[in-house]
Design a protein around this ligand. Sequence first.
Ligand code: NAD
Length: 451
Amino acid sequence: MSSGEHVPQGSRPSPPQIAPADGQLAVFCVGLGAVGTTLIAGVESIRGGSGRPIGSLSQLGTVRLGRRDEQRVTRIGDLVPLASLHQLDFCAWDPFPDDAFVAASRAGVLDQPSIERVGAYLRTIRPLPAVFDPSYVTQVHGDNTRPEDTHRQRVEVIRADIMTFMEAKGSARGVMVWCGSTEALLPDHEAYHSLEAFEAALDRSDRAIAPSMLYAYAALGLGIPYVNCSPNLSIDTPALTRYAAEHSAAIAGKDLKTGQTMVKTVLAPMIKARLLGLSGWYSTNILGNRDGEVLQDPDSFRAKEQSKLGVLEGIMQPELYPELYGDIEHQVSINYYPPRGDNKEGWDNIDIFGWLGYPMQLKVNFLCRDSILAAPLVLDLLLFADLAQRAGMRGIQEWLSFYFKSPQCAPGVYPEHDLFIQLTKLKNTLRFLAGEEPITHLGLEYYDYFS
Ligand SMILES: NC(=O)c1ccc[n+]([C@@H]2O[C@H](COP(=O)([O-])OP(=O)(O)OC[C@H]3O[C@@H](n4cnc5c(N)ncnc54)[C@H](O)[C@@H]3O)[C@@H](O)[C@H]2O)c1
């Protein structure tokens, strides 16, 4: 449901004034599991000099400026004012009471010596009791939860937690990232369609409103940007999109594009670019972490399946190329296989056809590490969401599509899934924010064709 009634439409505006990234940035992490702890432990080890921010565009990426013959290349951190890693303070909620040290050890992503090195810091991060409802995440059974009876009370305790933390840390700003479990796929509901209906549903504590929506509502109402790393609906409704815009808060989602789908959104554009046909794409995974366990629940898996399946149709445009992409058999499955832990293994079998219809196959076997791929994306997202917030860019941040399987975008616009178009969009947005010209790659200016 990628839409929002009140998203302002318009032509390219002038670059905004960006407030400086002064002061501490409070990072509110909903869910202290594999992704959350790998992010926090990673940031702390980079701050201490024992780790490197590999995979993070905000930390390592560069942007070319101007013509190619000007040889002007700058690091992203020098182009736009981003908060530094030393300015980040982490706060988390989780229905499990384990501190970040125990949770990181349980998650099994990082080796124990790496966790020990940042152990003193991780032990200081104890999750606050969560606003949690097991009917949305049936495989999680923790009792570090809030007892409140009504949705309005739940929103208020989240807000109180946010303000208490920011006061204690003297934070200048905040950003919230949902790194919680995948909630069950929710059927469409009138409460999502308008802010008025959503708030009426809040008043009657309607079950259509999932915990992730309560956290989002709590944060956005305080003008704190919200990023959804999971496939659950959360902010991807006209109701919360409008609420974000009304409270001048940035939002981005949903579902981090890390492993198999990242590969898919690179290979599919290649097939399409050469106008090769595609008859089938079979993707399967084994995964043994808690996320894999949660996804055993058919309702949670359906949320994931929807976001994984959506990308092919968006890229291949079967309506424009019915003879090439009008009949694709696309299957995706995730199998919970505990021995693998976080080290996901994905297989893809891709059936394509070429000149005169002759069939060919591509096989991909990706032995990846789920949260090692995810953590740098969450870091980029929280820093860029904070940048957007300081630039006054409220509502949907389509330029952050690069990070998501199901990028949110304006109503009437289709989402862009091609990884390299997404990267171009992101870098052009950074150029724009820095008052530089976007790069079109047209390249005619280097040749004397028409004189
Ligand atoms: N790891 C990846 O590469 C990747 C990629 C894309 C998306 N994701 C998504 O990111 C999310 C987190 O993944 P993970 O591997 O860290 O999962 P995880 O199971 O290790 O951690 C999720 C944590 O969220 C907590 N939680 C659940 N409901 C909550 C609530 N209402 N409030 C606070 N905490 C809550 C759980 O107790 C758990 O500790 C999942 O939805 C996953 O699908 C992960």
